[in-house]
Design a protein around this ligand. Structure first.
Ligand code: COA
Length: 150
């Protein structure tokens, strides 16, 4: 990790790249319409991209509402995975939490990679949403408390 990435708010112009990454990274990709809503309408939303040498290599959407820092989606480009960028982006995102008492997210039960990353930041399973995903897979709800030592 020699170059320092730039993290900035997502723009409409980023959506072609984001749509490409969504299709590569997720079984149930978010639609362009969903991202437009996050960028233009949802006042609780913080959609961000992470650029390395001016190319988008990661992105995330965070909802900040009612004292909760909700990581709604989060991904790193396949050819940049395993290099510490997921950890880097998550650390920066969590560093943006100020008034929030907790961070929360849902992750597929089978997504061991993401789960292990979240656990290393102090996220713990607090609930299970049965058959949450379209293919019938369960979601683990994970929480990190900012008011407790991990
Ligand atoms: C999950 C994801 C964001 C991780 O990003 P990444 O850049 O590959 O992760 P990093 O290189 O920063 O590694 C961070 C941690 O993830 C875990 N991890 C990474 N690769 C792993 C692997 N092959 N097996 C198990 N754990 C792994 C480890 O805990 C690792 O920490 P460590 O290197 O200190 O052991 C990325 O794999 C991704 O975009 N996946 C597809 C989309 C997705 O699942 N998003 C999360 C939805 S909830």
């Amino acid at each position: 990790m020699s170059a320092v990435p730039n993290i900035r708010r997502m723009k409409i112009d980023d959506l072609d790249r984001i749509m490409g990454l969504e299709a590569e990274l997720f079984t149930d990709p978010w639609s362009r319409q969903s991202y437009l809503f996050e960028i233009c309408t949802n006042r609780f939303s913080l959609p961000v991209v992470m650029e390395l040498n001016k190319a988008i290599i990661g992105y995330a959407v965070v909802w900040r509402l009612y004292g909760e820092f909700h990581l709604a989606t989060f991904g790193i480009a396949p050819d940049h995975q395993g290099n510490g960028w997921g950890r880097y982006l998550l650390e920066k995102l969590l560093g943006m939490a100020d008034v929030e008492k907790r961070a929360i997210l849902e992750v597929r039960r089978s997504n061991h990679k993401a789960k292990s990353l979240y656990e290393s930041f102090g996220f713990r399973e607090i609930a299970l949403r049965m058959k949450y995903y379209k293919n019938g897979e369960d979601a683990l709800v994970m929480e990190k408390r900012f008011d407790q030592q991990t």
